[in-house]
Design a protein around this ligand. Structure first.
Ligand code: HEC
Ligand code: HEC
Length: 250
């Protein structure tokens, strides 16, 4: 194991010694929990059926039944293009959409595209309960470790006018109130999320950008490598936790 691996193990050991890992769903208000558990009222239901319809129209010809990709959502981000880039699930969906000429063309901000989000919701739904399983591809261990180390570095670095790092809130202030929110451990098990304040479904990327904004730091551009490195780090930090999204958030 290289130096990055050792440093990461130390961080994970500190976190798990403090308390068991929990999903953000633990902090849902009773009202939002009721909404989440009622498929007739839950706004995510519509997104899921839109995703299933898109799957049949654009994806099934190559992939067959969506159930075959049951473990997929739990295994992103992954290295792509020979290790040069890191793709999250939404990037993979957008890439695959371009393989199908009948699909709508997507903008560069693919993680905010409604069709991509609908497909992400459907793929997360079939992947519900699957343990997060993000690991280095044996042939690209060095490139992967470098991205992970970068993600960890960002996670631990103070930013913005508020001058706090991710870890100051999501490791050290868990359970504290921040405006009307209770700070969770920041595990990415529940995505994509339908956030009431957004009135729409959003990706992990969008939530991370919201956290930058919360500390009044300059927002990283959609699709930037910083956002992917961070997503890799928080997924690895949550390895073994079951996916429990898509979910509702305040
Ligand atoms: C000033 C405190 C603060 C900082 C710093 C912060 N966040 Fe957050 N974050 C929040 C709050 C508040 C929420 C919404 C409530 C919750 O889910 O924790 C949130 C939500 C999240 C969620 C969604 C959890 C869920 O289940 O919906 C993730 C993931 C996350 N943050 C990751 C990060 C990362 C990565 C960073 C560093 C770039 C970061 N946060 C920085 C306060 C913070
Ligand atoms: C023309 C064939 C083709 C079509 C159509 C297609 N894909 Fe793919 N898909 C692939 C290939 C090939 C891969 C292997 C990885 C790569 O080359 O990107 C893949 C990989 C994936 C993966 C990762 C699977 C894993 O290994 O866990 C996901 C998720 C995915 N596709 C989603 C979709 C979605 C969603 C659509 C519809 C918008 C779609 N694909 C349409 C060919 C296709």
């Amino acid at each position: 194991m290289n130096v990055y691996g050792i440093a990461l193990v130390a961080v994970l050991a500190t976190a798990s010694a403090a308390e068991p890992r929990t999903s953000g769903n633990v902090y849902l208000s009773p009202q939002l929990k009721t909404l989440q558990n009622d498929p007739d009222k839950n706004p995510v239901t519509l997104w899921q059926s839109r995703g299933q319809n898109l799957w049949q129209a654009q994806c099934q010809s190559c992939h067959g039944n969506m159930e075959k990709l049951k473990t997929s959502a739990a295994s992103f981000p992954r290295l792509a293009q020979g290790g040069k880039t890191l793709h999250n699930l939404e990037d993979q969906i957008a890439l695959c959409q371009q393989r199908n000429p009948s699909a709508t063309s997507t903008s560069t901000a693919v993680n905010d595209n409604d069709d991509v989000l609908a497909l992400s919701a459907a793929l997360h739904q079939v992947g519900k309960g699957e343990p997060i399983n993000v690991a280095a591809p044996p042939a690209q261990e060095t490139a992967w470790q470098a991205r992970l180390a970068s993600g960890q570095q960002i996670y631990q670095t103070r930013m913005g006018r508020i001058n706090l790092a991710c870890m100051h809130c999501h490791d050290q202030k868990v359970g504290a109130q921040m405006r009307a929110d209770t700070i969770s451990q920041g595990h990415p098990t529940g995505f994509p999320i339908y956030r009431m304040s957004w009135q729409t479904l959003g990706s992990t990327e969008r939530r991370l950008r919201a956290c930058y904004s919360g500390v009044q730091a300059p927002l990283p551009a959609p699709g930037s490598s910083d956002l992917r490195d961070l997503e890799l780090f928080i997924k690895v930090r949550a390895n073994g936790m079951p996916l429990d999204g898509p979910s509702i958030r305040r």
